[in-house]
Design a protein around this ligand. Structure first.
Ligand code: AOF
Ligand code: ZN
Length: 351
C-alpha cells in the first residue's frame, strides 16, 4: 500500500468534512460524520451519516464500493472515530475489521462516553494502522453541537440579533409593528439558521410585540421546536406561536395541562431559570438552540455565560433611542469561519 503524504491525508479529510455537512439538519442528536475510502490514490467509496437511526458514515462508504476485494488494500478516512458500541446500529470499528481494511485515518476522537477512544483501541487491538488527528480542529468544529451537548450537557447555543448603528435592537413600543433592521438577505439566512436548529427561543415581550411564528418559510427544512418563556402565563392564546402547528414548549411557574402541540413546563423563576431550562432541553435531547430575542433574554444568556456563538447584524441605520442591544462581555473572539455569511453578520464565538 502506497504511503500517503500529509497533504493527501488532509485533502481526503476535507472531503469527509464536506460530505458530513450534508447531514446537518437530519442527524441530530447524532454527530455529522463523513467517510472516504481510498485505494492506490483513487477514491473508491464515499459516504456520510444521513439520518439519526440510520447507517453511519463508514457503513455508507463501504456499501458504495463496487469491488469489495479492494478494501483489503485501502485506507478509510473518517472525520470521527469509528464507534465501538451497539447503539441504534452495530459498531463501525467491527465492520472495518471484518472488511479487512488495513489503515484508518481519523479526524478526531468521539466525545460520547460510550465510545471515547474505545473505537480507536479496537482497531489497534486488531492490528490495524491508525492515524488520529488529521484536520482535528476542523473535525471538532464540524461536530461542535454534539461535543457541547455531550460534554456540557446542554444544547449548543446560538444567539442572533440585528442592531442599529447606535446599538439599539428595537424602538420603545407598546404595540404596533417592529422596526425592520435586517436586510432581505439576512432575513432569509435567519430561516436557514432556524432550519439548522433543533429549537428556537424567544422571550415573553418578543412573543407579544412581534407575534412571530418562528417557523421556516424562506428556506428549505424542518421547523425547530418553539420555546417561549411566559412566567405568569399572561400571553394571549391567539399568538402565532400558539397555533399548534409546530411543537411548542412554554416555560412558566404555573401549572397548565398540555394542549395540541403545546407543552407547559413548570420551573422556579426565582432560581436561575435558564439553568433549569437547559436541563430540560438536555433531557429532551435538544442539541442546538437558536435564541432570537429580545434584548433582555439575549443579555441573560450572555450574563450567565450560556452561549457558544452569536450572529450579529450591524445595520447602517440609526434609531436614536429605544431598546438597547445586548452587550457582549469580553469573553469572545471573532472567527475565521463562515466566510460567506461574514459579509452579512459579525460572527463571534465564546472563548
Ligand atoms: C460513527 N460513524 O457516522 C456516526 C457515529 O445510535 P447509533 O448507533 O446511531 O450511534 C450513535 C453514536 O455513534 C453517536 O452518539 C456517536 O457517538 C457515534 N456516531 N459514529 O462511527 C458515524 N454518526
Ligand atoms: Zn458507527
Amino acid at each position: 500500500m502506497a504511503k500517503s503524504t500529509k497533504m493527501e491525508e488532509e485533502k481526503y479529510m476535507r472531503r469527509c468534512i464536506e460530505l458530513a455537512k450534508n447531514g446537518l439538519c437530519n442527524v441530530p442528536p447524532n454527530p455529522m460524520v463523513g467517510a472516504v475510502i481510498v485505494c492506490n490514490g483513487r477514491i473508491i467509496g464515499e459516504g456520510y451519516h444521513i439520518r439519526c437511526g440510520e447507517a453511519h458514515a463508514e457503513v455508507n462508504a463501504i456499501r458504495s464500493v463496487k469491488d469489495e476485494s479492494l478494501l483489503k488494500h485501502s485506507t478509510i478516512y473518517v472525520s470521527l472515530e469509528p464507534c465501538s458500541h451497539y447503539g441504534k446500529t452495530p459498531p463501525c470499528a467491527d465492520l472495518i475489521i471484518e472488511k479487512q481494511i488495513p489503515r484508518i485515518v481519523i479526524g478526531c476522537q468521539d466525545p460520547f462516553s460510550e465510545v471515547a477512544g474505545r473505537g480507536i483501541q479496537k482497531l489497534l487491538d486488531a492490528g490495524r494502522e491508525v492515524t488520529v488527528g488529521i484536520l482535528e480542529e476542523e473535525c471538532q468544529s464540524l461536530i461542535r453541537r454534539f461535543i457541547t451537548f455531550n460534554t456540557l450537557h446542554r444544547p449548543f447555543i446560538t444567539l442572533k440579533w440585528a442592531e442599529s448603528a447606535d446599538h439599539f435592537i428595537d424602538i420603545e413600543r407598546t404595540g404596533g409593528m417592529p422596526v425592520i433592521l435586517s436586510s432581505p438577505l439576512t432575513s432569509m439566512l435567519v430561516h436557514k439558521k432556524r432550519a439548522e436548529a433543533d429549537a428556537i427561543m424567544v422571550g415573553r415581550r418578543t412573543a407579544l410585540l412581534d407575534n412571530p411564528s418562528l417557523t421556516v418559510r424562506n428556506w428549505y427544512g424542518h421547523h425547530p421546536i418553539r420555546i417561549v418563556l411566559d412566567r405568569t402565563l399572561s400571553l394571549p392564546n391567539d399568538l402565532q406561536i400558539f397555533d399548534g402547528n409546530v411543537p411548542t414548549l412554554v416555560f412558566t411557574e404555573k401549572k397548565q395541562p398540555e394542549r395540541t402541540n403545546i407543552t407547559y413546563i413548570s420551573i422556579d423563576f426565582n432560581h436561575n431559570p435558564l439553568e433549569q431550562i437547559m436541563e430540560v432541553l438536555y433531557q429532551r435531547k435538544i442539541q442546538s438552540l437558536l435564541v432570537e430575542g429580545g434584548s433582555q433574554l439575549l443579555q441573560s444568556f450572555i450574563d450567565n455565560e450560556l452561549w457558544d456563538e452569536a450572529y450579529i447584524e450591524k445595520c447602517p441605520s440609526w434609531l436614536h433611542s429605544g431598546v438597547k442591544a445586548p452587550q457582549m462581555n469580553d469573553n469572545y473572539s471573532y472567527s475565521i469561519e463562515e466566510h460567506f455569511e461574514r459579509q452579512f453578520w459579525h460572527y463571534v464565538h465564546r472563548i
